[in-house]
Design a protein around this ligand. Structure first.
Ligand code: HSE
Length: 315
């Protein structure tokens, strides 16, 4: 029986002012493989091996099942293997990575193993998975890579849409995960139903500036562009150490710092003349900040990562 493999990146959503719309893919990849079988089974190595479901309720299986169903073959099942590198419940898109992994594996199995004539485009897959996951801003970069913007049209508020862009100037990141979890569902309860018009205007300006900086390569604007008033001020209190972590990273030379997704991971953006020099600078910042972050007692070792040009990749 043919076995198919795919890698799917971690993602960071919001990027400061792009609440529920901006996302980027990170070169920290989960690897999934599967072959058709009589029933669902999921073997897991790495992150979440002892807490994630090993049956059809697993997110990878759910992503596969959604595609099998869309293809009119809901009876199909698979035996799945996961090598998980993206930490769970940390604001790095682990569930989107799993769903995208399952969905793209199912699409490849249908094509290559079953020789099915059924086709689904990446955009339609995005729509299917964004509705299943509930967070389009993580699904989009896991599928498309690069920098993604999600939105809905005024006359179709339930239909998620997205566009993706590539970064034109080199950047890398330092991610600092926490030893505490913060669920997205809880982190969303911290946000007020209504925000002042002035704050909405502030975010419109900064989100525009950030998108402009990323797609034009004028990364000297990053440090002002990442400012946010829609979610970070409300979540910082629950995260507890955000201001300290941010100060430590900036002091060490990070260009800009934001909460990754709904947190508690903190992400620092680092620029350079080449992708290599940006990554080496990020590694230097990770090394320089390790002791100060460790002393907080709430943070895991900082990790340098590149931004991913590609989303899911068949292996
Ligand atoms: N944008 C979401 C939030 C998290 O901030 O709640 C990631 O999808």
């Amino acid at each position: 029986m043919t076995r198919i493999s795919v890698s799917v990146p971690a993602t960071t959503a919001n990027l400061g002012p792009g609440y529920d719309s901006f996302g980027m893919a990170l070169e920290l990849r989960n690897e999934f493989s599967a072959q058709l079988a009589d029933d669902w089974s999921v073997a897991i190595e790495g992150q979440g091996a002892d807490v994630l479901l090993h049956d059809g309720g697993n997110m990878v299986a759910r992503g596969m099942a959604a595609v099998f169903e869309a293809a009119g073959q809901p009876e199909l099942r698979a035996e799945i293997h996961c090598l998980n590198r993206v930490p769970l419940g940390s604001g790095l898109g682990s569930s989107s990575s799993a769903l995208v992994g399952g969905a793209t594996l199912a699409r490849m199995l249908l094509r290559e193993v079953l020789d099915s004539k059924w086709r689904i485009s990446d955009q339609d897959l995005f729509g299917l998975l964004a509705q299943l996951e509930g967070h389009p801003d993580n699904v989009a970069p896991a599928l498309f890579g690069g920098f993604t913007i999600c939105w809905t049209d005024a006359d179709a508020p339930d239909v998620p849409r997205c566009e993706h862009f590539q970064l034109v100037s080199p950047m890398a990141a330092v991610i600092v995960t926490s030893n505490r979890e913060l669920s997205t569902a809880y982190a969303r309860t911290l946000l007020p139903e209504v925000v002042p018009h002035a704050d909405a205007g502030f975010n419109a300006a900064h989100a525009g500036l950030l998108a402009g900086a990323l797609v034009s390569g004028r990364l000297e604007m990053l440090h002002v562009a990442v400012a946010d008033k829609l979610h970070e001020p409300y979540r910082a209190a629950a995260i507890g150490d955000y201001d300290q972590v941010s100060a430590i990273l900036r002091e060490a030379g990070a260009d800009a710092v934001a909460i990754s997704g709904s947190g508690p991971t903190v992400i620092a953006f680092v620029t350079g003349f080449t992708p290599n020099s940006a990554f080496i600078k990020a590694e230097g910042i990770a090394e320089k900040t390790a002791d100060a972050l460790d002393a907080l007692g709430t943070r895991n070792a900082p990790q340098a990562v590149g931004f991913a040009v590609r989303g899911f990749m068949p292996m």
